[in-house]
Write a protein that binds this ligand. Structure first.
Ligand SMILES: [Zn+2]
Ligand SMILES: [Zn+2]
Length: 244
């Protein structure tokens, strides 16, 4: 296995005896061999699945951002849609490649990666090695910054956030929750009451009301370089910092 050719890995993963290509939503065929050496994200998803539809715009945004940086990256839609027409409809929204609908390779991939639910995003590195099956979570937490999803990279991101968090006020008053102060709190995951999206780790939190705000939603990070106004657009008064 260790001596096996890299291209063989990816083509044995994504091709079958009858098919050595993937498709675009305009009907074009792209040879699997064109993907060798790239970072690949296998995106297991379906239109009937509400969380899949909710995640799609975020993935599209991250995809364009990652590609714009010139990264060798491609997403492949692995569909669990019920029929060709819902596949076509859902896939028409996606700017990346797909396994043709109904292709037998899907079951093999489901099994190989032990797919328990969708959406799931499996990241595969340039050498064909599986990097993570949790790419969806990392994309939700960090957006395009999560790329290329390696443990080292994510650890570095985490360290940067911890460093940044030290500069955040311990409490804030926010207009969306004027009743109580929001306390800088490390949480596992939460739904932000500001923007409605999922958040991980740090939150500005009111325990009494179970009210969460992403740090970016609670703090106005507009790069204010003002001198006497306190940190990044805040006025600190006693132990409370308010938006300036
Ligand atoms: Zn938010
Ligand atoms: Zn409260």
């Amino acid at each position: 296995m260790a001596t096996e050719d890299v291209s063989h890995d990816l083509s044995s993963l994504l091709s079958s005896e009858e098919r050595d290509f993937l498709i675009r939503n305009n009907g074009d065929q792209v040879p699997v061999s064109a993907l060798v050496g790239k970072n690949i994200l296998l995106y297991f998803s379906a239109q009937w699945c509400p969380p899949c539809r909710a995640f799609l715009p975020k993935l599209i945004e991250a995809y364009h951002t990652i590609k714009a940086k010139g990264s060798a990256f491609e997403v492949i839609f692995i569909s669990s849609d019920r029929d060709q027409s819902t596949f076509d409809e859902f896939y028409s929204e996606m700017p990346w490649l797909a396994l043709p609908f109904g292709d037998g390779r899907k079951q093999i991939l489901d099994k190989k990666f032990k797919i328990q639910g969708i959406p799931t995003a499996v990241a595969i590195g340039p050498s064909g090695r599986t990097i993570t099956k949790e790419a969806r979570m990392h994309l939700t937490a960090y957006g395009a910054d999560a790329f290329p999803f390696t443990e080292e990279h994510l650890k570095q991101l985490e360290e940067e956030i911890e460093k940044k968090a030290k500069g955040w006020p311990e409490k804030v008053k926010h207009e969306l929750h004027s009743e109580h102060e929001l306390i800088r709190t490390k949480r596992s995951s939460y739904s932000c009451d500001g923007c409605g999206e999922t958040g991980y780790s740090w939150s500005f939190y009111c325990k009494e009301c179970d009210f969460d705000l992403h740090p970016k939603c609670a703090l106005k990070e507009d790069g204010d370089t003002g001198t006497e106004k306190g940190k990044e657009g805040f006025i600190c008064d006693g132990d409370v910092c308010r938006k300036a």
